[in-house]
Design a protein around this ligand. Structure first.
Ligand code: FA5
Length: 346
């Protein structure tokens, strides 16, 4: 009998040693300690052996059962550990492998130019102001000396939002908003998007302007000339010629349009091969911005005394400047988001 329990113990060890899954262990448990299990039957057989042998036999069987349970638990633990090691081994991540590089973006060419323009003005002591894209009729037109039915309103083909509101057609309404709130001296620029019902190679329905104005007690046209000549030479070349032509805006008097010598053909109007320059179309000059001395009527709208203050204002088209700087012929390229185009400005 002693021998057969020893044999069962060895058999148990062998069987457990061969188990490789939880299910196999469970099956073994049923086989040995289930209702008809081998150890269960041995324990049940106790009642058939002589009573003087029963206590010792009982103790041995109980010890064997304890041994079985302990071995099963140990095997389960070992299997779990093995599984963990397998996962660690097979699902190992090699952190030294090069990763998938994500494409690096870049600043949009228009914003590059916009930032450059803003920088030039900041260095001259101008501050930056902003205003709403949806503007009321009063700020976009009326207070800029364009009463209802004024023919100058037709100069800017307008998108109407509702009865009294428009998508601002220029950044000039922010002049009014700043002057309504503050007193001179003022030296402000206003970068931002503007909207007009325009769409061709040099006109976009949404484009950007940088407005600027300077108001104090003795601002003259020579201040306007000095500031804008300096700014244009900073943005383009030091030697680039700058030309002031008489013009008309309802909110400035006198008014001017300012041209810069064509940067592509250096003001010759023709390329080295004698062909007409594709940027200035042979004229040698390019219109860059509108400007003028702020009209006394505008000062009265914001509650300034035109006898005591004077000032100049200007508005430049950012797309126009970017097209000249980079030699781009079609304004629509800025808004098509073609990566082949955008990547050139990284
Ligand atoms: C104005 O918008 C005036 N508010 C400028 C101004 C401000 C004058 C302060 C005096 C004092 P104008 O409509 O000319 O002016 O536009 C100014 C610039 O915006 C133009 O020189 C041009 O460079 C640019 N521009 C005008 N329309 C478009 C368009 N549809 N697409 C791209 N650029 C445009």
């Amino acid at each position: 009998m002693e021998e057969s329990l020893q044999a069962v113990r060895e058999e148990i060890l062998g069987r457990i040693g061969h188990c490789t899954t939880d299910q196999e262990i469970e099956q073994l448990r049923v086989e040995y300690v289930g209702r008809k299990g081998k150890l269960t039957l041995l324990l049940r057989g106790l009642k058939d052996i002589p009573s003087e042998q029963r206590p010792q036999r009982g103790a041995e069987l109980n010890e064997l059962r304890g041994f079985f349970e302990a071995e099963i638990e140990a095997r389960l633990k070992a299997l779990k550990r093995g599984e963990k090691e397998r996962i660690l081994r097979e699902e190992r991540v090699d952190i030294t492998l090069p990763g998938n590089r994500s494409e690096r973006g870049g600043v949009h060419p228009l914003m590059l130019v916009m930032d450059e323009i803003i920088d030039v003005f900041l260095r001259m002591g101008f501050e930056v102001a902003r205003g709403p894209d949806i503007e009321d009729d009063y700020h976009n037109f009326e207070a800029l000396n364009m009463p209802k039915d004024h023919p100058a309103r037709d100069m800017q083909d307008t998108f109407f939002v509702s009865g009294d509101h428009v998508l601002r057609t220029h950044t000039s309404p922010v002049q009014i908003r700043v002057m309504e709130r503050r007193k001179p001296p003022l030296q402000v620029i206003v970068p931002g998007a503007v909207y007009r019902h325009d769409d061709d190679a040099t006109h976009s329905p949404m484009f950007h302007q940088v407005e600027g104005f300077m108001v104090d007690s003795h601002i003259s046209f020579s201040d306007l000339k000095g500031v804008l000549t300096h700014v244009l030479r900073q943005i383009f070349e030091e030697k680039a010629g700058v030309r002031f032509r008489p013009s008309f805006f309802p909110f400035t008097e006198p008014s001017a349009e300012i041209d810069i010598q064509c940067v592509l053909c250096s003001g010759r109007g023709r390329t080295g091969e004698g062909q007409l320059c594709r940027v200035c179309k042979g004229s040698a000059w390019l219109e860059i911005l509108g400007a003028g001395m702020i009209d006394p009527a505008v000062f009265r709208f914001v509650g300034y005394d035109p006898e005591k203050v004077s000032g100049f204002a200007f508005g430049m088209g950012v797309e126009r400047i970017a097209m000249l700087k980079f030699g781009i012929e079609d304004i629509r390229l800025f808004f098509q988001n073609d990566l082949r185009f955008l990547k050139q400005f990284r």
